[in-house]
Write a protein that binds this ligand. Structure first.
Ligand SMILES: *Cc1c(COP(=O)(O)O)cnc(C)c1O
Ligand SMILES: [Zn+2]
Length: 439
């Protein structure tokens, strides 16, 4: 099995660079890198045989292939030795058939891919397992790795801290002070990371961490490091696998730094290139209206200008200058892409309304659900289409958002779906009266 993969410049500069050297941008032109796989080598197996291999490994216990990321190892990071993998059983999350919510919207088939049901509660684990495994192998092979660092809106840092702790590597996380939730802050603290809360926003943290990577020899774990996207792309493969290798019609994903929409495209690209699929889904990126540079670019013939992101409940996507903008636009052009935005009350109401059908949505999933509702209204999604919404984090990380919604305490959000607890004395008749009033 001589499968190989290497970094390549997305702008097309010649040359390839090994994955086990710290490299985040093209040394020639400074644009982003991507991981290119030797597809000719991967064609030694037929498409049917790849599908069977992935199905045979799915959620089993043979290390490390039971992880749904490492079950596709040959397509992800073939050079990582099995004993160097740092895995906490990523992927394999439930694809929830949102029957009742879908019917409320008049849709025939709505599915929610629950990526937040993961080790650290967000889909960032899919990519972090790959990055940290590669760094661990570099350290094992004698490369000096002082620490691994990231700037984060909360979920990347939680994931980095957990995987580094499992590997015995030092993690440094830079967070915008007061802009992540309590759960997101305590996760890297609990895992023993160096937690730096900076008086700036995510974009400010990103600037500093890039300098740390360049000047202090710390390894950069942000998604401009394209190793992470190799793990994130497995979500596309896994969704298709869960539909018995059928491609859905529409996939909706919330976007901030925009690495993940590019990863989604990369997953679909690879399945097509290796003959597993012939159809392409339409990809929809959903942005918060208060942090919407991609939406503005979409409205303006893909001409991009960074914005200053405003505070939004969807804090993980409060990003005004997305690192992966060029990759994202390339993906959206290829996948008949649409970008929709959601205001604060649209995202909060969409999350709460879907919660009423049994879900427990984080605000970013709320952005995606709000975009879905708007695109159905605009007739840009056909009721006969099979639609998948990617839920990116677990709602339990965002209890403050939920409590405040139901308390009608979110500014500018009237909260029509609020459900208040009824406070009562210790009295049977009072309880009965409250129930009679309610049902
Ligand atoms: C990181 C993240 C996103 C956005 O992913 P990008 O690759 O930055 O666009 C969306 N939702 C949640 C919960 C996240 O943590
Ligand atoms: Zn280049």
């Amino acid at each position: 099995m001589a499968y190989r993969a290497a970094f390549r410049c997305i702008a097309g500069c010649p040359g390839e660079h090994p994955l086990d050297q710290p490299l985040y941008r093209c040394p020639t032109c400074g644009d982003l890198l991507e991981v290119a796989h030797d597809l000719a080598a991967l064609k030694d197996r037929s498409s049917a045989s790849w599908m069977k291999l992935f199905d045979d490994r799915y959620k089993r216990t043979v290390w490390p292939y039971g992880s749904a990321v490492w079950g596709k190892k040959e397509w992800v990071a073939p050079h990582v030795r099995d004993d160097q993998v740092v895995s906490m059983d990523e992927g394999g999350t439930n694809l929830l058939w949102a029957d009742r919510f879908g019917r409320e919207l008049g849709l025939g088939e709505l599915w929610v891919k629950q990526c937040g049901n993961s080790h650290t509660g967000s889909f960032k684990d899919l990519g972090m397992t790959v990055l940290v495994s590669i760094v661990r192998q570099m350290a094992t092979d004698g490369k000096k790795v002082r620490a691994v660092a990231c700037a984060s809106t909360g979920d990347t840092s939680a994931s980095l801290a957990a995987y580094c702790a499992a590997a015995g590597l030092r993690a440094i996380v830079l967070l915008p002070r007061g802009k992540v939730t309590t759960a997101q802050l305590v996760q890297p603290i609990a895992n023993g990371a160096v937690v730096l809360a900076l008086d700036t926003d995510f974009d400010g943290c990103m600037t500093i961490v890039q300098r740390l990577a360049a000047e202090e020899g710390v390894y950069l774990a942000n998604s401009m490091n394209s190793l992470r996207l190799e793990g994130q792309k497995t979500v596309a493969i896994e969704i298709v696998q869960q539909f018995d290798w059928q491609v859905p019609d529409v996939v909706i994903i919330p976007g901030g730094n925009l690495g993940n929409v590019s990863a989604l495209g990369a997953g679909f690209d690879m399945m097509e290139a290796l003959g597993l699929t012939t159809k392409r889904p339409r990809i929809v990126v959903a942005q918060a209206a208060r942090a919407n540079p991609l939406y503005l670019a979409y409205q303006n013939n893909w001409e991009f200008h960074p914005v200053k992101a405003q505070a939004t409940l969807a804090s993980a996507i409060q990003i005004g200058n997305p690192v992966s903008i060029n990759k994202a636009i390339r993906t959206l052009k290829k996948y008949n892409g649409v970008v929709e935005q959601a205001t604060e009350s649209e995202l909060a109401d969409a999350a709460a309304r879907a919660d009423r059908t049994g879900m427990f949505n984080c605000p970013h999933t709320g952005v995606a659900l709000a975009a879905l509702i708007k695109l159905v209204d605009k007739k840009l999604i056909d009721p006969r289409e099979r639609v998948v919404v990617i839920s990116t984090a677990n709602g339990l990380k965002f209890t403050d958002f939920k409590v405040k919604y139901h308390d009608r305490a979110l500014e500018g959000v009237p909260a029509p779906y609020a459900n208040r607890p009824v406070e009562l004395p210790n009295d049977y008749d009072a309880v009965r009266r409250a129930i009679d009033a309610a049902v």
